[in-house]
Design a protein. Sequence first.
Length: 121
Amino acid sequence: MNTTLICIVCPVSCPCDVEWTQEDGVIKVENNQCKLAFEYVEGELFDPRRMLTTSVPVDGGNWPLVSVKTHVPIPKDQMLEAMKAIEGIRAEAPIKVGDVIVPDLLGTGSDLVATRNVTTV
Ligand code: SF4
């Protein structure tokens, strides 16, 4: 099969022409300016992942919500399930950037971590 994928590893955004099959994987990548495209294309075709970013309500904080993200990307097809799993979660102030709000979200190996500080009121 032949596909064109835009590499998003850096802002150059190379439009990579990819030859691949389910059986053999990625056979050829062209039109890329560096070798990082190969790993990106392989992941995008066979194990697409995304960072999940959202916010969680906070009890007792100077802000009503704390922004959160997965510390590493999770499988793209688990994004909706992950959002459902986060529904109803509340965090307790104080919270520091990097605090784990939900460990090992859905068994993905990715923790949901805070991306801002929230102090107590
Ligand atoms: S192929 Fe290399 S230069 Fe092109 S977008 Fe990807 S990382 Fe950037």
